[in-house]
Design a protein around this ligand. Structure first.
Ligand code: PRP
Ligand code: URA
Length: 206
């Protein structure tokens, strides 16, 4: 299921991210902020359990998170979203999937994966700012499922209809979250209007 998150702060920050003149520093800081804002919505349905807290004034019967949360960035660009979410959920553990899209075939190539224990019992937040053809995210979800993950939320920043359709077809059980849902892909598989190459803009490699 596709969720396109709407909030004035998200739209404002996404406009900054899209701007061609945004510097590497501002791009990476803004991406982190967007990830944090998105986390608020994405975690809305997490399970909680009762807890008793002693305040300076007495006992408060309240709730705390009951879910084990694992954040999995898709390298490289997903790394730019990790701290924004970790700042809000410091107990989250972090796995990694290394993947790049072949520039000619546009097919994803997996070069690395490492996960914390208990993926089957965790809520997994898979992070990648760009959902273009959907090939990388779909392959990353398959890797997670091979390692036993059962509850997966795909958190992207900008997506194209082609990518959303691909995830719906390959992994209908996965919730997909976007801050921007764009018009189309160009002939090189880039999202239009999009924001360009996310990895290059985060790390200043171009
Ligand atoms: C980008 C992006 C996604 C992928 C999206 O990564 O971060 O992982 O492309 O494209 P898709 O939906 O068509 O698969 P890229 O391959 O450029 O690698 P990088 O993050 O190392 O730059
Ligand atoms: N990867 C990116 O970084 N940007 C796009 O628009 C498509 C794939």
């Amino acid at each position: 299921m596709l969720h396109v998150l709407k909030h004035p702060l998200l739209t404002h920050k996404l406009a900054l991210l899209r701007h061609r003149d945004t510097t590497t520093k501002d791009f990476s800081e803004t991406l982190e902020e967007i990830a944090g804002l998105m986390a608020y919505e994405i975690t809305r349905d997490l399970p909680v359990k009762p807890v008793s807290v002693e305040t300076p004034m007495g006992i408060c019967e309240t709730e705390e998170l009951a879910a084990d949360i694992v954040i999995v960035p898709v390298l490289r660009a997903g790394l730019g979203m990790v701290d924004g979410i970790r700042n809000l959920i410091p107990s989250a553990r972090v796995g990694h999937i290394g993947m790049y899209r072949d520039h000619v075939t546009l097919k994803p190539m997996t070069y690395y994966s490492k996960f914390p224990e208990n993926l089957p019992g965790s809520v997994v937040l898979l992070l990648d700012p760009m959902l273009a053809t959907g090939g990388s995210s779909s392959a990353a979800i398959s890797v997670l499922k091979e390692h036993g993950a059962r509850t997966i939320k795909l958190v992207c920043v900008v997506g194209a209809p082609e990518g959303a359709a691909r995830i719906a077809a390959d992994h209908p059980d996965v919730q997909v979250y976007l801050a921007g849902y764009d018009e189309k892909l160009n002939e090189n598989g880039y999202i239009v209007p999009g924001l360009g190459d996310a990895g290059d803009r985060i790390f200043g490699t171009k």
